[in-house]
Design a binder for this molecule. Structure first.
Ligand SMILES: [Zn+2]
Length: 400
């Protein structure tokens, strides 16, 4: 913890971002704002608008966006962290920092399931959840906020276990179906206990991901009624189309699409959400680290894939990875509005994209270039080392 804090600059008290060429709000109700300036105090947005309408004086940090676009930092709704910036799944270091360079500022754990020797007894699984919550709350790899401590349900858990977990600071469940609870009735009871105590739930959907996980079909998903239909496009193996359609129609819960899933099933889900007029239910994750590895650009790739092949306006696809997820998960980020955490990603058309401008380039299937990432009002990365180079990039003009 001490080491991490030493690496991070102190939060500037007043950040002003000017000359924003395109303000992407993250709010699917109004994805583009007529604004060119953001003011941030102590890591929180205090003003969004035209520079002449805002008090832009006394900045301790000023950023000239140079006409680039600003969007809320991307939220990865589905990751499997273990400890710090190490994953044993592909035995890789620095994967979270690499995702920061893909515009991700917040990650939500769907279970620390790759922990070598993961305990499956109830005392052990509770201890591991509290450990993960505490360690990631105190250590932000690269500055990325990792919401972790997501226990996997096992038979024998009682309501008092959920109460104890909640009191200890655990606010998430790992994917239901990755432990011994795989039947609708038990899952429903435990989701109810979790919800009663303020713990959010996600269910694995589709075929087994790796040896040891299991099939969870539509009947179990509907019975469990978890808050998030985790990877409705499979992770990787998707349910048959008719079951995906049924979940879209019969459940009101969030429809999570992941990078490490079935892309055709993701496009089917988008078509259903459009038909049912519930695009606000679409949220994005990578489901990494996984057998498919780690995808530092996974969220950006999902945005471009869904926009280009799913015929979704780029500014709307960006909402899937920002405001939609923040609302479905009750996060204080994901939308550019006063009071929210100042997490931003600066985007521009990648160099030599055939798109006419940033949004057109995404709709043509190209990745955006990332020029800077800000978390809680602090610059966490400048020109991304991972995206294709952005045509224009922002610059820091004042530091006091
Ligand atoms: Zn899964």
């Amino acid at each position: 913890m001490a080491q991490d804090q030493a690496k991070q600059p102190a939060t500037p008290s007043r950040l002003v971002v000017k000359n924003i060429g395109l303000m992407l709000s993250g709010d699917i109700g109004k994805p583009v704002l007529d604004a060119d300036t953001i003011v941030v105090e102590n890591g929180r947005i205090t003003g969004v608008g035209k520079s002449k309408e805002l008090d832009v004086s006394n900045a301790t940090l000023a950023i000239d966006a140079n006409g680039t676009a600003v969007a809320p930092g991307f939220i990865d709704s589905h990751v499997h962290p273990v400890a710090g910036d190490w994953t044993p799944r592909q035995n890789q270091l620095g994967w979270i920092d690499s995702c920061l360079h893909g515009g991700v500022t917040t990650m939500v754990s769907a279970g620390e399931v790759h922990t070598p020797g993961r305990p499956k007894d109830i005392v052990g699984l509770k201890a591991m959840a509290v450990f993960a919550q505490r360690t990631f709350a105190a250590f932000r790899p690269g500055g990325v906020k990792v919401l972790a401590g997501a226990p996997v349900l096992e038979h024998g858990m009682t309501e008092s276990d959920f109460k104890e977990l909640a009191e200890a600071g655990v606010s998430l469940l790992g994917e239901i179906g990755l432990g011994s609870v795989k039947d609708g009735a038990t899952a429903q009871q435990m989701v109810g206990w979790a919800r009663k105590h303020g713990i959010q739930s996600t269910i694995h959907t589709g075929g087994p991901s790796i040896p040891g996980s299991s099939l969870i079909d539509k009947d179990v998903v509907l019975a469990a009624d978890a808050d998030i239909i985790g990877h409705i496009n499979g992770g990787h193996t998707a349910l048959p189309d008719d079951q995906i359609v049924t979940l879209c129609e019969k459940s009101p819960r969030a429809l999570e699409l992941v990078h490490n899933g079935n892309e055709r099933a993701a496009l089917l889900t988008i078509r259903m959400a459009r038909e049912l007029n519930c695009m606000d239910r679409i949220i994005l994750g990578t489901d990494c680290p996984a057998g498919s590895g780690v995808q530092p650009l996974g969220i950006a790739r999902m945005i471009s894939m869904l926009s280009s092949l799913g015929d979704v306006a780029a500014e709307t696809a960006i909402c899937f990875a920002t405001g939609n997820t923040a609302r479905k998960r009750g996060l204080d980020c994901g939308i550019i509005e006063a009071g929210r955490a100042a997490n931003f990603v600066f985007l521009d058309k990648a160099q030599h994209s055939s798109g006419k401008h940033l949004l057109d380039s995404i709709q043509k299937g190209d990745l955006p270039g990332i020029g800077m990432v800000v978390i809680d009002g602090v610059v966490s990365a400048q020109r991304s080392r991972n995206t294709p180079p952005a045509t224009n990039i922002p610059e820091i003009v004042t530091v006091r």
